[in-house]
Design a protein around this ligand. Structure first.
Ligand SMILES: [Zn+2]
Length: 131
């Protein structure tokens, strides 16, 4: 529950050394998620949804996109948020991006363009072989 509390309220983060604030004051898991400490459970996408957090997907090519964790659950199931790094690819350069769970402030929300899932469909493809 410690993880959830961290996404939940920035104020409660102050005394908890496991988490850190970025310079802009956004609470971020990037530090926590990158150090694979024993006993620290992965943050599941469903936890991010419950905490009202968003996913900040950042690429080395400097492309940044914001996603709703519920959309990612529809696509990938309720997996650890960090696993999205392997599953997603940057639309610009095809590299695997970095994932951060973030609670943007009201002001930040004004500047964020949140990408929501529009349509999902399956394509049926066939191949033929001779003989
Ligand atoms: Zn990129």
């Amino acid at each position: 529950m410690g993880l959830l509390a961290a996404v939940d309220g920035r104020r409660r983060l102050a005394g908890n050394r496991k988490f850190s604030l970025t310079r802009s004051g956004i609470c971020s898991y990037s530090v926590l998620m990158s150090n694979k400490r024993k006993g620290v459970p992965p943050v599941m996408l469903s936890e991010a949804v419950r905490a009202g957090a968003l996913l900040r997907i950042r690429c080395i090519c400097s492309r940044v996109c914001w996603y709703h964790p519920a959309d990612m659950i529809r696509l990938y199931g309720d997996i650890p948020a960090l696993n999205l790094e392997r599953r997603m690819r940057c639309e610009a350069c095809r590299a695997n991006p970095y994932v951060e769970i973030s609670n943007p402030t009201a002001e930040e929300m004004q500047t964020i363009k949140l990408r929501r899932l529009d349509r999902v469909w399956w394509e049926r493809r066939v191949t033929w072989r001779e003989g």
